[in-house]
Design a protein around this ligand. Structure first.
Ligand SMILES: CC(C)(COP(=O)(O)OP(=O)(O)OC[C@H]1O[C@@H](n2cnc3c(N)ncnc32)[C@H](O)[C@@H]1OP(=O)(O)O)[C@@H](O)C(=O)NCCC(=O)NCCS
Length: 178
């Protein structure tokens, strides 16, 4: 009986159309993206500081905490089943007066399930009405993220050599939103 009810719930959940901001995602579970609470800012800072590429870039926990609590940035948290699973940090005029994705990170256990794509789609939808352009940077050694952004339609438009650490570049990527 309980199994039947659960099955019906699962069928109903996956039949439900995704909300517009997550419609591109290959996931039956809806992704809930909200402004970060204070606790979630702290959670995001610890996640970023403990993840590549920021370990190699030597970004300290203090720097991550400062970015996640900076009111100049917009920090959003993605949730699956009520649990925080990823963070995206945006600036509405971060590059050449156009929107800029400062950071995107998904907790390791939640990767390859469309959470990253959902957060990028959320940022694109958030900015599309007021901007034709969206920028972000990716480290030259971060090949997985480069493939991810390429699949989502971002194009390389510039390179900052030796920008954060010697011997590695930050690649500037661009996507036209409309
Ligand atoms: C880069 C990052 C944000 C991507 O997040 P993610 O949630 O794993 O991304 P997605 O699940 O949307 O896509 C990742 C891959 O999973 C695959 N995928 C997505 N949903 C899937 C599904 N339901 N079933 C099978 N595969 C799936 C996609 O094809 C994609 O492949 P690609 O990246 O080679 O193109 C994540 O890997 C991360 O946090 N990395 C560390 C931090 C980092 O590098 N951030 C970027 C700094 S610039």
């Amino acid at each position: 009986m309980i199994v039947d009810i659960l099955l019906v719930l699962c069928v109903n959940l996956s039949d439900e159309p995704d909300p517009p901001e997550v419609k591109n995602m290959r996931r039956s579970e809806p992704l809930d993206i909200q402004n970060a609470t204070l606790d979630e800012r702290n959670w995001a800072a610890h996640l970023i500081a403990a993840s590549e590429p920021w370990i190699t870039l030597k970004t300290s926990l203090e720097q991550c905490l400062a970015i996640c609590s900076d009111p100049g940035y917009m920090t959003y948290i993605a949730h699956l089943s009520g649990q925080p699973c990823g963070a995206i940090i945006l600036h509405p005029r971060g590059l050449a007066s156009s929107p800029y994705i400062k950071t995107v990170v998904v907790a390791e256990a939640y990767r390859n399930r469309g959470v990253g794509e959902g957060m990028i789609t959320f940022a694109e939808n958030h900015f599309r009405e007021n901007s034709k352009h969206l920028f972000l940077c990716v480290s030259s050694f971060n090949k997985k993220a480069q493939t991810f952004y390429e699949r989502l339609g971002f194009l390389p438009v510039g390179e900052f050599k030796d920008y954060v650490i010697e011997g590695e570049s930050e690649l500037l990527l661009y996507k036209r939103l409309r």
